[in-house]
Design a protein around this ligand. Sequence first.
Ligand code: ASP
Length: 444
Amino acid sequence: MNVTVCKFGGTSLADGNNIKRAADILLSEPARRFAVVSAPGKRYSDDIKVTDLLYASYKESRETGRGGAAFERIRRRFLSIVDELGLHFDITPILDRTEKEIAESKSADFAASRGEYLNARIMAALLGWEFVDAKDIIFFDEKGAFDEKKSYPLIEARLAKAQRAVVPGFYGTGADGEIKTFSRGGSDISGSIVARAVNAELYENWTDVSGFLACDPRIVKNPEKIEVISFKELRELSYMGANVLHAEAIFPVRKGDIPIKIKNTFRPEDAGTLILPSKKYTPHGSIVTGIAGKKDFTVIFLEKSLMNSELGFARRALSILEKEHINFEHMPSGIDTLSLVIESRYLEGGVLDRLIEEMKEALSPDYIRVSENIALVATVGHGMARSIGTSARLFTALSEAGVNVRMIDQGSSELNIIVGIDNDDYEKGVRAIYREFFEKTARA
Ligand code: ASP
């Protein structure tokens, strides 16, 4: 039997009406057998997410031994959800116990996890499905990473016993036996893990937008929707996807070759975006799938004659970064040149000067230059490898828009071209590339 695992985000479950809507979606398709739920999110723009209230309540309980004003707000929210749903579910004793447990808990993680826990209890009661607690099936190892060896068999065995079940997202059990959460937005990861464990046909991620757009709508008005995208493309566009899907959520399903579908709870009739594993992905004619980018990078450019024959040059450069605990984003290189592209926030407070001194000493470059305030723009699409003249079009578009290209990196996958441009040119650059590939000519 086909199985679809559905994850619903916080906005999709923010109040009773929305939870009802999500329940109807689950019931409208028999394959939708397992639901993974977030905590109630914002109902309006300056509302507070239940998870944030739980962190606040944890803090208050450290000082007063009680859940305090924050917990009272949480209590009211859950009581009104149950009320709006007209549900015969006595949540008061559960809320009383939760307040006590938060006051006694050893870490904020336990408190934070209760939004998902309570929402899953409500959803299970509403649907008449089984409630399966994430603490019994999702485990972390000593390093705090998801323990797949331990978790997958447990999830599979437990859910095989349930016809239909609701699982709270965002948390599991740590190596010390206490509740532990993923990073914020982590219910996306929980959903992906459950989908992989039950070998689902599809992982549906229900949110409040109808999928990914080809470009940031704050920069380009009404950009095209992306109907199909590969895992690899999405990864390259991760700057763009970050607020729709947690960046780590693709890994569990990707290993199991399970597609993800991003769907809009408030417009279920919209097609959404289908994210496919490379095996199942056939390029669909367009050259470019999407454009994404981010400001505030620093490029350290190193030049040294015969760098190509100097053993260990790049390793020594990278070990300096490693010693300082600095990630690098890209490392374009030439025969005698090497550039390191780093997020500027890592280099504040004198770190940059220290790095340069260390590099001069360890690498003796002929020349070292630093460019700050650089924005990166990634133009991504499997179609780029097949079509001649893509980069010519891209660079012509940028030059016609008066944008100076400071750095180029064409990844080794031929899937993307990344350009470094001045922060001030960022919006102009993105618009020029979008116009060239999405508006000017036929897309193929
Ligand atoms: N409720 C958690 C958060 O606000 C996790 C999630 O919604 O995915 O980050």
